[in-house]
Each structure stands twice: as C-alpha cells, then as structure tokens.
Design a protein around this ligand. Structure first.
Ligand SMILES: Cc1cc2nc3c(=O)[nH]c(=O)nc-3n(C[C@H](O)[C@H](O)[C@H](O)COP(=O)(O)OP(=O)(O)OC[C@H]3O[C@@H](n4cnc5c(N)ncnc54)[C@H](O)[C@@H]3O)c2cc1C
Length: 403
C-alpha cells in the first residue's frame, strides 16, 4: 500500500482564526506548530456565529463548553433609522421560516477564546510556541519562521492567521487594497428591563449601524458605529447618561437600559489582499479580509477560510504548500471573500452617503443604494445559507426596473 507522508503545518497567530486552524489541522492528522502569544488581550466583544461556523466548532469539541454562556439568535431585524425621505421598510427574518430553530449563537469572546485556548493546549498534535514570529524566510519548498524567543520553525505550508497587519502576508509579497473609514465602533454590553425574545436588531443610521445582539437573560451586546469623535465622547459619558442614549437610539424597544462596565472603541477600516496564497503562505481570518462589523460576517468567513484550507491540504497531504494547492485555495476562497468584502463595504458606504461629499456619493452610485432593503438584507441571508442572499438580492434589484 502506498503511504503518503503528512507534512507539518506552521500556523502564525493565536486569535480565533489561528486557534481554530490549529485544532482543525491537528484533528485532520497534520502535525502542527502554532506560533503566537498565549495570553490574549481582554476582549469585551461578542461574536455572532451562524450555524455553519457552529458545526465546525462542534466538530472541534468546543461548542459544549461555550453553549451555556451563549444566546440563540432566533429573529434578526434590520431597521432603517436614517433620516432619508424614502426609507426602507423593516426587514425581519425568523429562523422558523427556514425550518431552523436558530440562526446561530451570540458568544462572548471572553468565553470563546479561552475555550479554544484550553482545547489547543490539551491537544497532543499541536506544539505551541508562545512567541511571535520575528522573521520569515520563504523559499521554493518550505516556509521558515524565526521566532522572537530565538528558535526557528519550518513547514511546507505556513498559515497566516496573524491578523490585519499580517507580517506573513507581507513576507510573501502580497499587497492589499486598503481603506479607512471616518467611523469607529463603540462596543459594550448592557442589561435591559424587557425580554429580547432572542431577537437581534440592526438599526441602520446615517453614521453606520447600531446593532443589538442578545446575550443570555435580559442582557444584550451592542456595536454602535459612529464618527470617531462621537465614539470617544460616548465612551467618556457616565453610565446613566450613556444608558439613556442607548435606550433612545433603540426607541426604548427593550425598555430601560443599564450599560455594564467595560467599553471599547474600534476604528473601522477595510483591507482586501490581491491574492489569498503565495510562496508557501495561505491567508486566513483577518489576514485575508478586514471590513466593518456589519451583519456578523468576519469570523464566520474566517472559519470558512480554515475549513476550505484544511480540505485542500487533505488532498495534498505530502505538500499542502505546493503551488498547485495554494492556487486551488486562492481559487476556492476568492469568490466568497470578494463578494462579502465588497457587499459589506458597499453597504457601509451607502449608509455613509450622507456624510460623504455629494459628488463622491454620486460617483459611487450611492444614491441608488441608500435605503435599499434587499441589499441590507443580503448579509443575514448570506450568513445562514451561503448563496441565498445573492438570489434575494438579484430578485430585489430586478424589481425597481419593472416600474
Ligand atoms: C466590533 C467588532 C464586532 C465584530 N463582530 C463579529 C461578529 O458578530 N461575528 C463575526 O463573525 N465577526 C465579528 N467581528 C470580526 C471578528 O472579530 C474578526 O474576524 C476576528 O476577530 C478575526 O480573528 P483573527 O484570528 O483573524 O485575527 P486576530 O484576532 O486579530 O488575531 C491575530 C493574532 O495574530 C497575532 N500575531 C500578529 N503578528 C504576529 C506574529 N508576527 N507572530 C505571531 N502571531 C502574530 C496577534 O497577536 C493576534 O493574536 C467583529 C469585529 C469587530 C471589530
């Protein structure tokens, strides 16, 4: 019987994408070296993961650990809260309409990341070097990393899970199309007096989305996208004043609001690499796509990157970093990543059109998109059943032409 040797995989980065990649590759029988810090930065955010991503976490054995602290997402709504003359009607999706009990779960990152870390630390197939990669040497048949602790690691395939600035991507000479937005996200959790009924509501405003996502009990998380200076001002308010502002913004939909301690501000930006693999390096997670937090897309997409990469590596076990395997990965991920990145950026720009100079907005055709419900609905559908959002969007786009 022919025996195919299984090559080692080197993963750089210990954010959620890197940890999921380490577990997935190790479970698929690849010896794994993981390079990156062990202590994670405290993260008060929550992540909405849809059913396809949850299936991956279940397969990796981490879902049972996190489920008790996660809230099911049963209803998702988009409310046009812009001050435009013509506004979109409220769009509501119910999981029950597509025969599902829930769309996904909203998980605190402070629960998800430690659960992944515990699993990785306990996995006998993963060698974790708790050190940053300082230098990359990429040649025709292997990738070699020099770590900050002085050690080196090499493998046929390097997985760049090293975040938005991705030093591995840079070493591979992959350039990105990058853009920054005049926006920042204020992130916090809050209690409320009324039941959320497992509903997430995304209010689309003239500065960006204001998104409430349920947590267990009468609690929710909030991602509020505003101008950077407004985010700084809001973050500096006392609890009572900020609570009132959040309540007003939600039109008291959840009754009285009481913000919890801990506020974070994230500047928004976007970056799309010109390719997703090259010179023994494959990009996953934010190394492969950065866009604003609208419609809970980022890590869902990152988990699909990892899943596809493992599938291709499994078909090329002895050399998963060969040019042929990397070309297959680039080909497979390109449509998914580009469609989502451009749709999120377009949607964000359409909300921002009131903030942009009129000629810029017109030049980008944003007047047509402003207040356009089918585009806004796209993300919800796409997160659930990849492909169905495109069909709905195409249907919606055709309608106005008939009038
Ligand atoms: C406000 C907000 C809300 C969001 N909500 C959602 C949501 O609801 N659903 C969703 O799917 N997504 C969401 N996202 C997106 C999601 O958070 C990101 O997609 C995800 O965190 C990216 O993970 P990552 O592992 O790719 O990157 P990171 O978490 O940035 O990890 C990168 C890691 O690489 C390490 N690193 C960097 N350089 C090196 C080096 N030289 N050597 C070794 N390691 C290195 C860093 O230390 C870090 O640990 C949200 C994002 C924001 C900002």
């Amino acid at each position: 019987m022919e025996h195919q040797e299984t090559a080692r995989i080197l993963i750089a980065g210990t954010g959620p994408a890197g940890l999921v990649a380490a577990l997935g590759f190790a479970d698929a029988g690849f010896p794994v070296t993981l390079a990156g810090p062990r202590a994670s930065v405290p993260d008060g955010r929550t992540t909405a993961l849809m059913n396809p991503a949850l299936k991956v976490l279940d397969r990796l054995g981490v879902l049972d650990d996190i489920r008790p602290e996660a809230a099911p997402l049963k209803i998702m709504r988009i409310v046009d809260a812009t001050s435009r003359l013509i506004r979109s009607p409220v769009v509501t999706f119910r999981a029950s309409e597509i025969g599902e009990e829930l769309f996904g779960l909203n998980l605190p990152n402070s629960v998800l990341n430690p659960a992944l870390v515990r699993r990785v630390a306990a996995h006998s197939g993963i060698e974790w070097r708790a050190s940053m990669v300082k230098d990359w040497h990429l040649d025709a048949d292997r990738a070699r990393a020099v770590l900050a602790d002085g050690s080196t690691a090499e493998a046929r395939l390097a997985v760049a899970a090293d975040g938005r600035l991705s030093p591995a991507r840079e070493a591979a000479g992959i350039s990105t199309a990058a853009r920054s937005y005049p926006q920042a996200a204020l992130v916090l959790n809050f209690r409320h007096s009324r039941d959320h009924a497992f509903t997430s509501t995304e209010f689309h405003t003239g500065t960006g989305p204001f998104t409430q996502v349920p947590l267990p009990g009468n609690r929710s998380s909030l991602v509020w996208v505003v101008k950077p200076e407004t985010a700084t001002e809001l973050a500096a308010l006392d609890d009572a004043t900020l609570s009132l502002k959040v309540e007003q913004q939600m039109q008291s939909m959840l009754g009285r609001v009481m913000v919890e301690p801990g506020r974070q501000v994230y500047p928004l930006s976007a970056a799309t690499p010109l390719r997703f693999a090259r010179d023994r390096v494959a990009l996953v997670g934010e190394a492969a796509h950065v866009f604003p937090p609208i419609g809970a897309q980022g890590l869902n997409l990152g988990i699909r990157d990892v899943d596809d990469l493992i599938g291709i590596a499994t078909e090329n076990r002895s050399d998963p970093g060969a040019a042929k395997a990397l070309a297959a990965y680039d080909f497979k991920r390109r449509p998914d990543i580009l469609a989502r990145s451009s749709a999120v950026n377009l949607l964000n720009m359409s909300l921002l059109s009131e903030m942009l100079p009129a000629q810029v907005a017109r030049g980008a055709g944003l007047g047509v998109l402003g207040g356009f419900a089918p585009l806004r609905a796209f993300f919800m559908r796409e997160g659930l059943r990849p492909g169905s959002g495109f069909a709905a969007l195409a249907g919606g786009l055709r309608k106005p032409a008939r009038h």
